[in-house]
Write a protein that binds this ligand. Sequence first.
Ligand SMILES: CC(=O)N[C@@H](CCC[C@H](N)C(=O)O)C(=O)O
Length: 394
Amino acid sequence: MLIDDLQVTKECLTAPQLLTIRRYLHQIPELALQEYETSETLKTIIAQFDQQYLEVITVPDLPTAVLVKVQGKNARRTLGYRTDIDALAVTEDNDLAFKSIHPGKMHACGHDIHMTVALGLLSYFASHQPTDNIIFIFQPAEENFAGGMRLYQSGILSGPNHIDELYALHTNPDLAAGTIGCRNGTLFAGTTEIHAEFTGISGHAAFPHQANDMVVALSQWLVQLQTIVARNVDPIKGGVVTIGNVSAGTANNVIAGSAQAHGTIRALQQDTIDLIKMRVEAITMGIEASFGCQIELTLNQDGYFPVVNESKITQRFIKYVENNPEIKYIETQPAMTGEDFGYLLSKIPGMMFWLGVDSPASLHSSKYVANEDAIMTAVKTMIGFIESRMKEED
Ligand SMILES: CC(=O)N[C@@H](CCC[C@H](N)C(=O)O)C(=O)O
């Protein structure tokens, strides 16, 4: 079955068609804002759906984004359904026939599954005209560069593309395949990227007094950052400060005159994120003073606000999944994962839920493997939910 000749019928993409699509997308992961092949693939697939109610919308400011509006037959409102489309700088370590063919890149966060579910849903509503309008958003740059915020700020979601309520899912390795997890209120943390560039003086390892060693300065800084959550954040609220990437130096006997560190801050409340940011800044200034070096610090939150599910919309969704005996639903705790969907939810009421994919390895792991059974379950769940939602007056 070829991706450009899927033999799409009037019904909905079938399970084998969805698997072909998912496996194809899994092989071609691309980093944030570089998703050109992915975007073209999505357009190729969408072009095979019934076109009579569809309008494909391009976003000049965000060329890899694909928006598709399905015209409702008696529209009182416009629902939105968003999937992210970017991948991570991870080298896949799975022995799969359809493993990534793009070196150093992998769909290690499940966005291939997210896109496939969205295409399944879109294929259904393309040939079963919905009552209300639906806008499908295939959004670039979730992992970095705040694609959600860029999309919103482009203005494309205003005027005729105004969305009244917005939905999205995220794969969850810890839930059984197809299980839906959700909660009212905060589902995901807000995040802020940390980037620090240390500048001192390099020199011979034998003459430390003539140099200014940035390996030592960075090490002290890193250890002091770990006191923030332990000693400044209310333990009931909690938070995370992770430095995931450090680099410095060129040889064992050369003192490094520069060093770099990159990391992330996470917390469930915006005021905790602000507190952690303030402490990172203060510690950085302290290290500059005590080591006599320069540190260029960038704290970048962009649109990675906490993902806060709107109460009425979420309660309605939970009621639907709880009352449907074919759906396995559990209420989940908030997670420290981040999502630029938090920005979209700060502008448009809506909700995100987890879709269990039962992976032995965690999100962002080079061994992340999603159980594909979850795809069809998610498509059926969302078709059922959207159709029931469209029957409601308010
Ligand atoms: C679902 C997920 O894993 N999202 C990412 C979002 C990253 C936000 C930002 N670039 C950062 O690194 O802080 C995550 O790492 O949680």
